[in-house]
Ligand binder design. Structure first.
Ligand SMILES: [Zn+2]
Length: 497
């Protein structure tokens, strides 16, 4: 934090963004033209035209730009960002083999730290002010300490969703050391750091996950779970959660792509929300991106990017692909019946809502995801005067969803503090982040060996494979609708083409 950003009392200096098109995302989705947003301390103080501001307020010229609430990503495996783009050609099976079965264990605490650090800065750069770190590589409490250390070094808002794919949730979620860690880091963190528990429900009829749900209840933490993932989780998991009384409004169902009406009705009836990772579902194979279904049941939706081992942590692409997938399915369903879609159900305004208020609702916070007096001062200005894509600015929601991109993120405030300004991150030591990540890449390459490392990046072509029927090594239980994913999934170096 530079001197100029703070007042003498250490509070964030007041900031006014002047003369922008303001998407308030209030209940009425009010859009204001040529309007100002004033932040004082960690709160939005006023939204309106020609605002009077306190002396010493930093003036940001938002003319020609769009001002919106900071975006919220409700599911990202931030520890995997140290392997950015490594798995670009993976399927979900190859992902499971690499992380869950073969190499996830080689990550040391400092490697979790490295991925989280890079991913956290990436969020702020893209205007994502709140990110849920779906942290399922926490083999030890030391790994968890490292995850939180990284999140607390970056001036964004984060939720650590504690998880561990190397052990059963009934084991780690009931571990007294894990509870002590959660209590300790919760009490020492302000409201820029929250916690959830992150685990999947396999559908095993003995429901061993019960102990983990009870632990979450005891700790007062929400549960986020990969639900409706082809080959991994299905309706059985939802039904078991429901029958045992663990479907609550704070549950987040990630993907929810391979489910039937019965499960969607149970989710709708119990008030939970769905985190849709459209880019992930389209590429990896969890199932068709489900918004075209869940919107029929009025299930709340938030957006997420899942992992930067394939995709970047950028909700512009989430909004774009979610609109595309929903409309694509709607057209396809109609064409199969010989009909024509003449008006689209899903609008640009809906996906902007999901990227902001949808995330806030999923996290049970009504003080983020909107620009209204009293809300947290998490604000994004999209403005790029040198870009031919910045004008004409006719349809603000359409501009955000289909035209804007990360490079257009001009200014970002979190808790009223500037974390990006004039298109550059504030207070980041990117060379140091780079060195940290390079050390992790060196470690991973060394632990795997060059040949295995290269094979992992270049998966086998179709046909040269065998069956993998259970990604969870901590249980023998195999999900019923698992039709046999194909494995021996990595070819010889270079043979993947
Ligand atoms: Zn995930």
């Amino acid at each position: 934090m530079s001197q100029s950003d703070s007042t003498s009392s250490g509070e964030a200096r007041p900031v006014v963004l002047r003369g922008g098109t303001v998407l308030t995302m209030d209940d009425a989705h009010t859009v204001l033209l040529d309007a100002d947003v004033l932040t004082v301390g960690d709160r939005i103080a006023a939204v309106g035209t020609a605002l009077e501001v306190p002396e010493g307020t930093l003036e940001v010229d938002a003319a020609g730009g769009l001002v919106m609430p900071g975006m919220i990503d409700t599911h990202r495996h931030m520890w995997q960002t140290a392997m950015r783009a490594y798995g670009a050609d993976w399927t979900l099976t190859q992902y499971f083999v690499w992380y869950y079965l073969e190499h996830g264990k080689v990550f040391r605490p400092e490697d979790i730290y490295a991925g989280n650090l890079l991913s956290a800065w990436e969020s702020l750069d893209a205007g994502v002010t709140t990110t849920v770190d779906w942290s399922h590589g926490l083999q030890t409490v030391d790994h968890a300490e490292a995850a939180v250390d990284a999140l607390q070094e970056v001036p964004g808002r984060f939720v650590l969703a504690y998880g561990n794919i190397q052990a059963g949730p009934w084991e780690w979620a009931t571990d007294r050391d894990v509870h002590a860690f959660l209590e300790r880091r919760r009490t020492s963190s302000g409201d820029r750091l929250g916690f959830q528990l992150a685990f999947d429900v396999t559908g095993d009829p003995s429901f061993p996950e019960r102990a983990a749900f009870e632990a979450a209840r005891e700790l007062g933490l929400a549960v986020t779970t990969h639900a409706g993932v082809w080959g991994a989780t299905n309706d059985d998991g939802i039904r078991l959660m429901h029958e045992n009384g663990f479907m609550t409004p704070d549950n987040v169902y990630v993907h929810a792509a391979t489910l039937t009406t019965d499960s969607y009705q149970r989710i709708a009836a119990t008030g939970g929300s769905v985190s849709v990772s459209t880019e992930s579902e389209q590429s990896a194979g969890q199932g068709y991106p489900p918004t075209w279904q869940v919107r029929r049941y009025d299930i709340p939706v938030s957006l997420s990017m899942d992992t930067s081992v394939w995709w970047s942590g950028d909700l512009f692409s989430a909004m774009r692909t979610t609109l595309g997938a929903d409309r694509s399915r709607e057209h396809l369903e109609a064409h199969a019946k010989g009909e024509t879609v003449t008006a689209a159900h899903l609008r640009a305004e809906h996906v902007v809502d999901w990227a902001t208020r949808g995330g806030a609702r999923a996290l049970g916070r009504d003080d983020i995801g909107r620009l209204e007096p009293g809300a947290k001062a998490d604000v994004v200005l999209l403005k790029n005067d040198s870009s031919p894509v910045s004008f004409p600015l006719l349809n603000p929601y359409g501009h955000v969803a289909f035209q804007a991109q990360r490079g257009d993120v001009h200014t970002v405030l979190v808790d009223g503090r500037l974390v990006k300004h004039e298109n550059r991150l504030v207070g980041v030591d990117l060379p140091a982040v780079r060195r940290t990540v390079e050390a992790t890449v060196d470690h991973l390459k060394g632990a795997l060996g060059e040949e295995t490392w290269q094979q992992g990046m270049h998966p086998a072509m179709p046909g040269d494979d065998e069956v993998l029927d259970n990604p969870y090594q901590y249980t023998e239980y195999k999900s019923e609708s698992t039709h046999g994913a194909r494995g021996s999934v990595f070819g010889e170096p270079g043979s993947g083409g």
